[in-house]
Ligand binder design. Structure first.
Ligand code: NAP
Length: 255
């Protein structure tokens, strides 16, 4: 695959790092010149990575074109380019539906949306893909988990669920602060919870068991996990979470 990137910022840096880190196969990567510093540093890592002089040069050199500019400038940047029917376009641009992309990309027939998460850099990132697409799946599967969905409502739902990152860390922060109140020092509380958290995350990768099975597995009848889970359930903590996600989805879908 000759893969081009229009926009060489945070997410392109993470994807290229992941491709190199995991040894995923590619023939050549063509980067657009901005951000110049990031593009130069990536090109210095592997002879199969080049920085082009213009965005058009990226297109002319590539079969697969990844769109990685911010939404605010996307219409101007994309409309200025001559796409060809042979291009297979994978857009990471938040909030830009396939219908609008189709109007901007002229003769391109294959247009896919994807949301690669920054952990793709370490080969541990989830990537939502819509619609299902063999090329995008082959590109992102080695970088973690590639999940393909048939319609943009489900894609938006996967996008909405990425709003949980800050609250995930806030739960850890709450636990760490509580440990400190019990007399532990910050470093010990942090180290303990970080490894604890990695252990729990690892458990999710060991089987396809639904999360509710892991909830049950973690609770000895009458034990302390059952006690805490019940206390949070009774206070509506989980129901609150689902309501908050509903509100995020409304925003993601621009409703
Ligand atoms: N970051 C994430 O976790 C993530 C995850 C999934 C999807 N996305 C989506 O991916 C897209 C990029 O996000 P990002 O976080 O990578 O943003 P970013 O770090 O701001 O990167 C965007 C890059 O576009 C460059 N750029 C500006 N004008 C350009 C032009 N005319 N032609 C080509 N490149 C140009 C910028 O270069 P300068 O620095 O020189 O201005 C910047 O480096 C967004 O639409 C976002 O919604 C991001």
């Amino acid at each position: 695959m000759q893969i081009g990137f229009i926009g060489t910022g945070t997410i392109t840096h993470a994807i290229v790092t992941g491709l190199l880190h995991t040894g995923a196969p590619f023939e050549h990567l063509y980067l657009s010149p901005r951000n110049a510093g990031i593009a130069a540093s990536l090109a210095a890592r592997d002879p199969r990575i080049s920085v082009c002089e213009t965005n058009q040069q990226v297109l002319d050199s590539s079969d697969v074109v990844c769109l990685a500019v911010v939404p605010q400038i996307a219409p101007d940047v994309l409309r200025a380019l001559d796409f060809a029917a042979r291009h297979h376009v994978i857009s990471f641009i938040a909030g830009l539906p396939i219908q609008e992309l189709t109007q901007m990309l002229g003769p391109v027939e294959a247009i896919v949306r994807a949301i690669p998460l920054p952990a793709v850099a370490a080969g541990k990132g989830s990537t939502a893909i819509c619609p299902p697409d063999g090329i995008a799946s082959r590109l992102f599967s080695p970088l973690g988990a590639a999940v393909e969905v048939a319609d943009e409502h489900r894609f938006d739902a996967l996008s909405a669920v990425t709003a949980t990152m800050a609250s995930f860390y806030a739960v850890l922060d709450t636990q760490a602060a509580w440990l400190v109140r019990q007399g532990l020092d910050d470093a010990s509380a942090r180290a303990y919870l970080a490894a604890y958290c990695v252990g729990l995350a690892h458990r999710t990768t060991e089987s396809d068991a639904p999360f509710c099975a892991l909830v049950q597995e973690s609770m000895t009848p009458g034990g302390i996990n059952e006690q805490l889970h019940r206390a949070l359930s009774d206070k509506g903590a989980y129901a609150h979470y689902a309501d908050a996600l509903d509100d995020v989805l409304v925003r993601v879908e621009g409703r």
